[in-house]
Design a protein around this ligand. Structure first.
Ligand code: AMP
Ligand code: MG
Length: 406
């Protein structure tokens, strides 16, 4: 059985980033991954503009003023945001100016309104600016035209949307979304709309995995429930690997009489890279790679095990597949445990619960109720997994624990 760390290394080695791109409009760019660097022909700010409501002045005119020696200037024009100033400001003159308004020629410094006194067409400056250029947002001081504005491989979130809009980037090249096939195996499974008969189980994994895929930028292809019959499973797997970049199946990877997945993957020419991982839950994880590049994750059937495997491994695979530039490492932090945590110590153990800030410190609290890999109920509202390494059987309340943020 391989370690979690080795499994991560193997998975990241076998996943190749997609190279195909597509064009999307700015409106549809949120959550996509940039496939080429973006630059702009515009400086940012576009032109010198005021950072304050106040008066545009020549620094030389007012640099020596004080409350004992105030300087009075003549207001020759008023410039609000959106106006293209025509007048040039001469020595002894000032302009009334507002935040965001373009500076006229001659003005090099803004004096904030609070440091002045206006009477009619005259403004008296009561204290000097601290330096030449105070409260001026200089053209190109945030970004200069032609430089790289956003690099390729970047996930487009709120700030990137703002930057793209500012650069008038109406269409952009992004990587196509990875297609992820999802199938649930098990004779006991029914869909949520069917009537439950004794012994049956509702296929919750299909929905959990679909949510996981959507959240991570993939296109889910729901292939439904597959009975534990080798012929049918084989047919479904062929269908899946032919249309998806990655397949997630649940169930049938354990050691029971109905667990056929590993054998079928091998028969279909899949190279089995992993088939057990020293973790709890999530031991029966199978990972295979096909000639067409498709990566197959045979996840355990238990709902918690399936999701823990997704959060710990599949997430990194999807990040890499999607073209994201990243170190593809899980988001671990150290937290104070609010509960006693225990493990049998033989496998790396993941327990679920909530990560919160308490007195300014990250703290982890176990989900109430049973930590049982079939207990999908108390997994809801969990936002973190605390990790007990191999050999650690107890982490006491108040001690630190390594936590994976979800
Ligand atoms: P298996 O790995 O196929 O032995 O399944 C392990 C456990 O997970 C069994 O109790 C299954 O009933 C349950 N299980 C398997 N697939 C699903 C699913 N799609 N949704 C919910 N539970 C499942
Ligand atoms: Mg099964």
């Amino acid at each position: 059985m391989i370690s979690v760390q080795d499994a991560q290394i193997i998975i990241l080695e076998l996943v190749e980033s997609l190279e195909e791109t597509e064009t999307v409009s700015l409106e549809d760019a949120t959550g996509r991954i940039l496939a080429q660097p973006v630059s702009s022909s515009l400086d940012f700010p576009y032109w010198d503009n005021s950072a304050m409501d106040g008066y545009g002045v020549r620094f030389e005119d007012v640099k020596n003023c004080s409350s004992d020696y105030p300087i009075t200037l003549e207001i020759v024009t008023e410039i609000s945001a959106g106006i293209n100033p025509k007048l040039s400001i001469q020595s002894g003159e000032a302009c009334r100016i507002f935040t965001g308004a373009m500076l006229p020629d001659g003005v090099d410094t803004i004096v904030m309104q609070e440091k002045t006194h206006q009477e009619g067409k005259k403004v008296t400056v009561l204290s000097p600016p601290n330096y030449l250029g105070e409260f001026v947002r200089k053209r190109g001081s945030f970004y200069q035209a032609g430089e790289i504005l956003l690099p390729s491989g970047l996930n487009i979130n709120e700030p990137e949307m703002a930057v793209l809009a500012t650069a008038q980037c109406s269409d952009l090249q992004v990587y196509r979304r990875p297609r992820i096939a999802i199938l649930s195996t098990g004779n006991e499974l029914i869909t949520p709309s069917q009537t439950l008969q004794p012994g049956q189980i509702i296929d919750s994994n299909q929905y959990a995995l679909k949510a996981f895929v959507v959240k991570n930028g993939g296109i889910p292809i729901s292939l439904g429930i597959v009975k534990d019959q080798p012929k049918i499973i084989k047919q479904k797997i062929i269908e899946a690997i032919n249309q998806a970049d990655c397949v997630l199946s649940t169930g049938g990877v354990s050691v029971g009489d109905y667990d056929y997945i590993v054998q079928i993957l091998a028969e279909l020419g899949g190279e089995i890279k992993i088939n057990r991982v020293a973790m709890k839950p999530g031991k029966p994880l199978t990972v295979a790679k096909f000639n067409n590049g498709c990566v197959y994750f045979g996840l355990p059937g238990n709902p918690v095990s399936a999701l823990v495997s997704c959060w710990r491994f599949v997430k990194l695979a999807l990040d890499k597949l999607s073209g994201l530039q990243s170190d593809y490492q899980p988001k671990f932090i150290t937290a104070i445990s609010q509960d006693n945590l225990s493990s049998q110590g033989q496998r790396e153990t993941y327990v679920w619960g909530q990560l919160k800030l308490m007195n300014g410190q990250s703290s982890f609290s176990l989900a109430q109720g049973q930590q049982n890999s079939a207990n999908l109920i108390n997994l809801a509202s969990s936002n973190a997994l605390a990790i007990l390494p191999i050999g650690t059987t107890k982490i006491h309340q108040g001690e630190t624990v390594k936590v994976l943020m979800l």
